[in-house]
Design a protein around this ligand. Structure first.
Ligand code: C2E
Ligand code: CA
Ligand code: CA
Ligand code: CA
Length: 276
């Protein structure tokens, strides 16, 4: 038993060492990713549930890491958030997405960008976003900042000041991953948000059990009572889209309509402004 325990310990130690080394290598490579132009944005359509008309797109970050292929955010955003690299990265994301939105001006669609809690904890974030609007010429109302429910209801004064400033600039705010936080009706009422995005975890169970359908219906009704537009995330099956439409949900996003993809790929069927 003794030797068994010992060898287990050794294996665990090696594994840990490898993980730490891998994390450091990732952090190091990520530091140069912006300047090496390894970051790319994929765009996913958000469509109206009534007629599948394109309402906007969400910019989703990808990292073309040499020797590692195309990485999704879960593989590097947590590291970026721990090391403050997220501010540099998100500044690049905002500028790139705004330029793309200007290039897609004829679509009259909104552009949604994800903001980390870390970004909003910096006092100058809203001012920097204001500068990007000025430099790119994008109308503020066309830009949507997606902020997770838990970040939005934080009582951090800097976060609140940034949100108020973004709202004053005319930028829209969306409550992202709704249903995963613990916000009260009272705290939601005070937010300067226009949109509520129902988290994918609810949508994926939609149609499987009556309880989920009732909960999603209640979220939609509550959101509407607060004057918010409702977007369902992660819609993969036609039955989910039908149910959401019947429940009064306004818009949807998910593989049923389109996967996130590079701008050029999306442009091939965007001119119709309706996703078929
Ligand atoms: P999110 O904001 O909730 O983004 C939606 C995620 O759902 C995306 O994952 C998208 O690819 C995925 N998705 C869309 N439709 C479907 C579907 O039908 N089925 C399934 N299973 N998934 C679907 P992705 O691109 O891996 O992004 C993950 C998270 O990373 C995002 O979650 C967001 O929180 C964060 N993120 C993405 N881009 C950025 C960025 O530029 N900055 C920051 N700070 N965070 C970002
Ligand atoms: Ca989002
Ligand atoms: Ca989300
Ligand atoms: Ca998320």
């Amino acid at each position: 038993a003794k030797t068994g325990a010992r060898s287990q310990f050794v294996i665990f130690d090696d594994d840990m060492q490898q993980r730490v080394a891998g994390r450091l290598a990732t952090e190091h490579a990520l530091r140069n990713a912006v300047s090496n132009e390894e970051l790319v944005l994929h765009y996913q359509p958000i469509v109206a549930l009534t007629d599948r008309r394109l309402l906007g797109t969400e910019a989703l970050l990808r990292w073309e890491r040499p020797g590692h292929g195309l990485l999704i955010p879960d593989a590097f955003i947590p590291i970026a958030e721990e090391t403050r690299l997220i501010q540099t990265i998100d500044a690049w994301v905002i500028e790139t997405a705004c330029r793309q939105a200007v290039a897609w001006d004829h679509l009259e669609a909104t552009m949604a960008v994800n903001l980390s809690a870390r970004d909003l904890q910096q006092p100058d974030t809203a001012d920097k976003i204001s500068d990007v609007l000025r430099d790119t010429g994008l109308a503020a109302r066309r830009l949507i900042m997606e902020i997770t429910e838990s970040t939005l209801v934080s009582d951090d004064a800097t976060v609140a000041a940034n949100l108020a400033r973004l709202h004053a600039l005319g930028i829209q705010l969306a409550i992202d991953d709704f249903g995963t936080g613990y916000s009260s009706f009272a705290s939601l009422r005070q937010l300067p948000a226009q949109t509520l995005k129902i988290d994918r975890s609810f949508i994926s169970r939609l149609g499987d059990d009556d309880a989920t359908t009732a909960i999603v219906g209640a979220i939609i009704n509550m959101g509407h009572a607060l004057g918010l537009g409702i977007v369902a995330e992660g819609v993969e099956r036609a039955v989910q889209a039908q149910l959401l439409h019947a429940l009064g949900c306004d818009a949807a996003q998910g593989h049923l309509f389109a996967h996130p993809q590079p701008a050029a790929a999306l442009e091939r069927y965007l001119p119709a402004t309706t996703i078929r």
